[in-house]
Design a protein around this ligand. Structure first.
Ligand code: ADP
Ligand code: MG
Ligand code: ZN
Length: 563
């Protein structure tokens, strides 16, 4: 198909004047019958890369999409462009028998150009047979990273897609699309989807309009106070707050409401109707903030989200990139602030303890990369992009905390040697806390029990406070001088590199992260035993009661408790 007629279709079918980025080249590849792999950040316009070819090709395109909500959203959008309602349909478990029959009729009549399905739908035998008899144009696998356990949304059903596609029709091309760009996930997608000599289109992952910042997570109520202040400064603009657990979403939403900020909580524990309602409240700007677990956001098309706050450390850099990526999709301002504490890292590690070994190993690796990102003094953008295999060469991006306020680095060579010495003297049988207590010479009951106060290394690092040593050990872990056995209470061991270092020390510069360490001591979120948590609980209860009373009076004056 010629470029002129492609542009014409773009104009006629979607009302757009020009293609965005490399859309045209992608569409041409697919129309030429080639397997096509599209890697484009969120908001890059991936849907059009299969929607336009579907409309102008003979037959139906089968589009595999992971979420039912997402499917409906997409089909509604396509129908809103097109005057014909039957141009796109979806098939999933929410439809009645009658509705399914209607979809089948439209498919057989040839009116329908796009059929959205969940992977589960494809695997059903009756569907397989039905699809095999249809005239098909191509398969599109949207959110293709779901196929990889290294991605941020692994769905085991995606693993069976190749088998299903081969059974239905092995001869039509496949287009796979994702906003994930880690090389590992990419190769997983190509391999597991069995893409044949695919044409690969990778766009830059830099989001120049996003500002990245890491804030130490001080006491929980102090952090909330800061967040409230931040949101008030955003003057009504939309934003998302991500948290690790469901309870916190409710608590935070209540806190924001108590401070006159319209907010709702969103998590997988709510029934689907309530979830849909709350999502709509946010999309229609009836509330300013949605406080959510990671259950919220995939495929959300709200272009003017102005901030994304992470109340807890995300599970991986990939997650972080995807979640922050929902800000500023229109190319205008987007502020991304992550509240970071070591305690949250331990919490994440703790959550993984019951998972099978392989998952735990993957998880631990992903977390340690996120920790490295959070604690680093290097440009945030540079780290994010290098994570995606892209080089960022600007010296100063001007849009991240590390570029705007560079952190000081100090030489730690001699102290690294001391730490290695202590760990060896303890026969590599103790965890970080114990090691640090030995280094600073703090006699704890445990140390007394093992009589370790007698070893020569006891107190060799008392010239530095314990947060210094904690930070140093973390950075030694990140640099691969030490390994930590999560299963075995986090016992520290020297790696080969650690061994080599102790024999021939070299320069080892570290960023001082004492701020995050203070946070560690006071942050009590999620810890039931801590007295602070109980106090918080009371406060939340009180707030809820107040809200209910106010609601009864039907007047909801914003009462500000913190500002
Ligand atoms: P992705 O799936 O890559 O995150 P979408 O397909 O949801 O992105 O598209 C993001 C936004 O860009 C949508 O609002 C879409 O309508 C818009 N868009 C896509 N292609 C074009 C284009 N050629 N011109 C203008 N807007 C476009
Ligand atoms: Mg998309
Ligand atoms: Zn920067």
């Amino acid at each position: 198909m010629s470029s002129t007629s492609l542009h014409q279709s773009l104009q006629e079918e979607f009302g757009f004047d020009s293609f965005k980025g490399n859309q045209e080249a992608i569409i041409k590849s697919l129309l030429a019958g080639k397997d096509t792999f599209v890697i484009k950040p969120t908001g890059g316009g991936k849907s059009l890369c299969y929607q336009l070819p579907a409309i102008i090709s003979d037959g139906v395109a089968i589009i595999i999409s992971p979420l039912i909500a997402l499917m409906k959203n997409q089909v509604d959008l396509v129908r809103s462009y097109s005057s014909k309602d039957d141009v796109a349909h979806f098939l999933n478990s929410t439809l009645t028998k009658k509705e399914i029959r209607e979809v089948h009729d439209d498919l057989l009549s040839g009116r329908t150009k796009m059929l959205y399905v969940a992977p589960e739908t494809l695997t059903k035998q009756e569907n397989l047979e039905f699809f095999s008899d249809l005239k098909l144009s191509f398969f599109a696998v949207d959110e293709a990273h779901c196929i990889s356990e290294w991605g941020h949304d692994f769905r085991p059903e995606y693993r069976r897609l190749r088998e299903m596609m081969t059974q239905i029709n092995p001869d039509i091309p496949v287009i796979a699309l994702t906003a994930t760009a880690t090389p590992k996930v990419q190769s997983d997608i190509i391999k597991n989807l069995g893409l044949k000599e695919p044409e690969i289109f990778i766009s830059s992952f830099n989001r120049p309009n996003l500002y990245y910042e890491i804030q130490p997570k001080i006491k929980k109520d102090q952090t909330i106070k800061n967040i409230v202040r931040f949101i008030v400064q955003m003057k009504g603009k939309s934003g998302i707050i991500y948290t690790l657990n469901r309870k916190t979403t409710e608590e935070l939403a209540d806190m924001l409401m108590a401070n006159g900020i319209k907010a709702v909580a969103y998590h997988a524990g709510l029934d689907s109707k309530l979830r849909a309602e709350r999502q709509d409240l946010f999309l229609n700007e009836d509330v300013q903030v949605i406080v959510a677990t990671i259950a919220f956001g995939m495929g959300i098309d709200k272009p003017d989200i102005r901030f994304v706050i992470h109340f807890n450390i995300p599970k991986s850099i990939e997650n972080y990139y995807q979640e922050t990526g929902r800000a500023g999709r229109d190319g205008l301002e987007g502020k991304c602030v992550l509240y970071y504490s070591h305690k949250d890292v331990s919490k994440l590690e703790h959550l993984m303890r019951d998972k099978p070994l392989s998952e735990r190993e993957v998880g631990a690796q992903l977390i340690s990369e996120t920790v490295a990102y959070a604690e680093s003094g290097v440009c945030r953008r540079k780290i994010l992009m290098s994570y995606f295999g892209e080089e960022y060469t600007e010296k100063n991006c001007g849009e991240c905390d590390n570029c705007l306020h560079p952190k000081e680095q100090v030489e730690a060579k001699d102290n690294v040697v001391k730490a290695l010495k202590v760990i060896k003297a303890l026969d590599e049988r103790f965890a970080s806390d114990y090691v640090v207590n030995i280094i600073i010479g703090r006699l704890t009951p445990n140390i007394a029990m093992y009589r370790h106060e007698g070893i020569a290394e006891f107190g060799i690092g008392k010239d530095q406070p314990d947060h210094y040593w904690n930070s140093l050990i973390r950075q030694m872990l990140l640099e691969g001088l030490l390994s930590k056995d999560i299963e075995d209470y986090g016992v520290l061991k020297l790696t080969k590199a650690g061994d080599a270092f102790s024999k021939k020390p070299k320069s080892f510069k570290i960023v001082l992260n004492n701020l995050y360490e203070e946070a560690n001591a006071d942050d009590d979120e999620g810890s039931e035993a801590a007295t602070g948590a109980a106090a918080d609980e009371k406060l939340f209860e009180m707030l809820k009661e107040l809200r209910q009373k106010e609601a009864k009076k039907k007047s909801l004056p914003p009462f500000v408790i913190f500002l």
